[in-house]
Design a protein around this ligand. Structure first.
Ligand code: GLC
Length: 561
């Protein structure tokens, strides 16, 4: 598949769990053969890049983030040939594929760790981080605070402690060892040769450890990724690296390097602040953080998201903000996990359709590449009683049939039960039902993605400028790219707002409302007057005054179906 320059900046990503998408061989688990059958659905939805959650051999104690063989597809998901066919079929539909890559740690079942622990003389011993005491690197935070008390675990076989930033069954690899670094390059090569268009690199801040530091974002870690980038560029030009670095703005931005490290990074700082802004009905949590996360180098992009397969993380907010988020969005203690909230998007906002549309309006027009999480396009529900993050990882809902059309096995054989909560029951919340209803969330997302696709350049690559105005509940900004300007206006509150917007530089311009393709009154001398109902929003292209005889500008195309 070709990779035009900066292709990722114009993309819309879709995070897909092979386990959760479609069961092609009737064993209760999704697989590559099943996912191939659903590629047309994804193309029709209007996304163009698929991010696959880890699909490698694994004991699944952390849902595949605990890899026991980097060179094998998990047998439940199919064979390498099935994987190859998936890539081919995705590419045939112009869908690119980015795979998760877990570099920081392996499963304790991995033969590397088994060899390492069994024999201090083993060549694999030094592939992990060992210590005779658990007192090294003191003060380094524990990430999975609900399960782990320390980043060290005593291994009775090795008779030493080993270092792990996540679960104690996920020993960290030792990146000071050049063999480990070389092995990871081999893994990257292996999958890129099979056609992967990029990697979402998991847990990037934690590769190296140094005494007296937080053991996060160390210079050595950046040097490793710069090296990886250079090698990828040399051998696989056009493929991308996307960083999962859940850090404060300055620390995440550092992963773009000097356009020589990651192409993309998730905008973790922005995500919780979108939820804070809508709950408080004020724009400044969003405007402040967007300003703090910009500028970034021209060839780099943020990946922006509302939800993903993990808990809605609240690690990088203040204590006060975290308390506020829990109070607003996690009323029951069972909804909380570690420092976060384990709920899907629609239940988080009480299935409020206006809010869901507002959130997607923001996701699709703030600077960055939008990343959707499978099922959220249906307004899928969750099940917070399933343990760990399983409640947001239940089977995709395809139809009102048995198991939501995901699988033909007996329901008790499913990897996780489907959602039957009456408010979110799969019998009505599923692809088949929502395709039939033109008012469904799915159809709405399809339509809005079609609009966004027409403006992919300005939203994906354009500058942003926040416009000052008097109402704190309104979020107003311009996106501009190569002479095209889109004005975005959002009412973050439950009350109607009336706004007077001063737009002197656009005098005589005509706002073209993008969703309905409707021309609004021309901007004149006086401030432009808007009223916005509860959670209402608009995108307008600002069309310059036309000399009488010219033809309409190219962007005035008819509304999408
Ligand atoms: C990342 C993944 C998460 C996983 C963790 C450990 O944060 O998103 O699902 O548990 O890494 O690999």
């Amino acid at each position: 598949m070709d990779h035009p320059p900066l292709w990722y900046k114009d993309a819309v990503f879709y995070e897909l769990s092979i386990k959760g998408f479609y069961d092609g061989n009737h064993d209760g688990y999704g697989d590559f053969v099943g996912a191939i059958q659903k590629l047309d659905y994804l193309r029709d939805l209007g996304v163009d890049t698929l991010w696959l959650l880890p699909f490698y051999q694994s004991p699944w104690r952390d849902d595949g983030y605990d890899i026991s063989d980097y060179y094998q597809v998990h047998p439940t998901y199919g064979s390498l040939e099935d994987f190859d066919r998936f890539i081919q079929e995705a590419h045939r539909r112009d869908l690119r594929v980015v795979a998760d890559l877990v570099m920081n740690h392996v499963s304790q079942d991995h033969p590397w760790f088994q060899e390492a622990r069994a024999d201090p003389q083993s060549p694999k011993r030094n592939w992990f981080v060992w210590s005779d005491t658990d007192q090294k690197y003191r003060g380094v935070r524990v990430i999975f605070v609900d399960t782990e008390r320390s980043n060290w675990t005593w291994d009775p076989v090795a008779k030493q402690y080993f270092w792990h930033r996540f679960y104690s069954h996920q020993p960290d690899l030792n990146y000071d060892n050049p063999e480990v670094r070389e092995e990871m390059f081999r893994v990257v090569q292996f999958w890129m040769k099979r056609g992967i268009d990029g990697f979402r690199c998991d847990a990037v801040p934690y590769l190296f450890e140094r005494e007296g530091t937080s053991c996060e974002n160390l210079p050595e870690t950046h040097a490793f990724f710069k090296d990886l980038r250079a090698r990828v560029e040399a051998e696989f030009p056009g493929r991308i690296l996307l960083a999962e670095a859940n850090q404060w703005p300055a620390d995440v931005k550092a992963y773009f390097g000097n356009e020589d490290e990651f192409h993309m990074a998730f905008n973790f700082p922005l995500m919780p602040r979108i939820f804070i802004a809508i709950a408080r009905e004020v724009h400044h949590p969003i405007t402040d953080i967007v300003m703090q996360t910009l500028p970034i180098p021209a060839t780099c992009a943020w990946g922006i998201f509302l939800r993903n397969h993990d808990e809605l993380t609240l690690e990088m907010v203040t204590n006060e903000e975290r308390d506020f988020m829990y109070h607003e969005y996690a009323k029951l203690p069972v909804m909380r996990l570690n420092l976060g909230i384990r709920r899907r998007l629609a239940p988080l906002v009480d299935d409020d359709r206006r809010l869901l549309e507002l959130l997607h309006g923001l996701l699709f027009s703030l600077p960055g590449v939008p990343v959707l999480y499978y099922g959220d396009e249906l307004g899928m529900g969750d099940n917070v009683f399933l343990g760990d993050r399983n409640g947001v990882r239940t089977p995709m809902q395809w139809s009102p049939d048995r198991n939501a059309g995901f699988s033909r096995v007996d329901p008790e054989m499913l990897y996780l039960p489907v959602i039957t909560n009456p408010n979110f029951h799969y019998e009505s919340r599923n692809v088949e039902a929502e395709v039939r209803l033109s008012s469904s969330l799915l159809r709405w997302i399809q339509r809005i993605l079609a609009v966004r696709r027409r403006y992919a350049r300005v939203f994906g690559r354009g500058e942003i400028e926040f416009l000052p105005h008097a109402n704190p509940s309104a979020l107003i900004f311009l996106r501009r790219y190569e002479g095209q300007t889109v004005l975005c206006v959002f009412n973050l509150s439950r009350r109607s707002v009336a706004l007077e917007l001063s737009l002197p530089q656009f005098k005589e311009y005509t706002p073209l409302e993008l969703r309905g393709n409707t021309r609004f009154p021309r901007i004149g001398e006086l401030p432009y007057f808007f009223t916005l109902g509860e959670h209402e929003w608009f995108w307008f292209e600002l069309l310059p005054p036309e000399p009488a005889s010219t033809s309409p500008p190219p962007s005035s195309v008819p509304p999408s179906p």
